[in-house]
Design a protein around this ligand. Sequence first.
Ligand code: ATP
Length: 370
Amino acid sequence: HPPTTAREGPAAIGLEGVVKTYRSGQETVAAVRGIDLAVHQGEFFSLLGPSGCGKTTTMRMIAGFEEPTSGTVRLAGRDVTGVPPDRRDVNMVFQSYALFPHMSVADNVAFGLRRKNVPKDEVRRRVGEALDLVELSGLHRRRPGRLSGGQQQRVALARALVNRPGALLLDEPLGALDLKLRQAMQIELKRIQREVGITFVYVTHDQSEALTMSDRIAVMNEGVVEQLGPPAQIYERPASRFVAGFIGTSNLLSGTVTTGVGEYARVEFDGIGHVLVRTDQTSGSAVDVTVRPEKVHIGADEPAPGMSRLRGTVGEVVYLGASTHYTVVLANGAEVVVFRQNSSDASNAAERGDQVWLSWRPDHSYALPR
Ligand code: ATP
């Protein structure tokens, strides 16, 4: 966490038992089925999940554009359920930017301050600061129509930050940009957030985007939060099949716990090998064990004792420059994906059809009960 993130005191944003159902004709759609979460002050927090999981609905309830069917929304400890959007200390940035085309960049940014009758000098100073922050100082006289997509996004951001909201809500703000620009803006957004120290809540369906920028991520699926934690924890230690499948690439191997070996239980794959994993599942339990592709070592030599080990045949080999991706087929038909860095000393790489050993450390696997 950056030093500005405050865990003490009231949460910047608190959701307690929040449910939202929509009526459409005869049908009831449960968009959000019960969310409890607390966003810390100064945190970069992401809501991540596939289309339709309820991210936007959650965001709109924080902003006040929607009211929960039940539950409570708090901002800085205050119950704001039922309070209209303009009386909540939050701003929202949309993917569409929603800039005024007939106004200059500076006037777009100044708009909200002028409406609140902020004195002229202060408006000029704060607009200047906001445009400095997003690195657009030279373009204050331009019309939005004559800016690139990335520059328009910066104007929208400056406009949302100029009145220093308690929290900024961003709904897929980079969705309209091409990949290169989007990646540059991810770093940029994170820098801006760190500089202003304002709580950001960021909605995205793009897992790499959420991993890049967030202090913590709430992974949503079908209206609930499946897992909440820092990026590394979400990535390294997925708590459910859904999270394992949604974040990055994960191998899932279905097996049965046979015996406990020291601190690790052993999941046996007959004639293929075994996986060692820490689990409280008892012998005979059906489990799915996970392992990330970059944790798996592929080679011809028999693995050292104490490692998870599986034998298989190399199928697809995809060379990607910096790395190579292998698909290894086990005798039971299961497939394991392996990512291997192509460092300068990379030698005896495996080829399609080779018999290989796969091995990895026991603490790189997690067992999900089935
Ligand atoms: P996306 O990334 O596609 O925007 P999302 O995760 O933001 O998806 P929501 O927009 O929150 O998901 O929608 C969640 C569910 O609620 C969906 O099934 C959607 O069809 C439904 N829904 C959203 N808004 C309404 C509405 N105004 N009336 C009826 N159903 C709605």
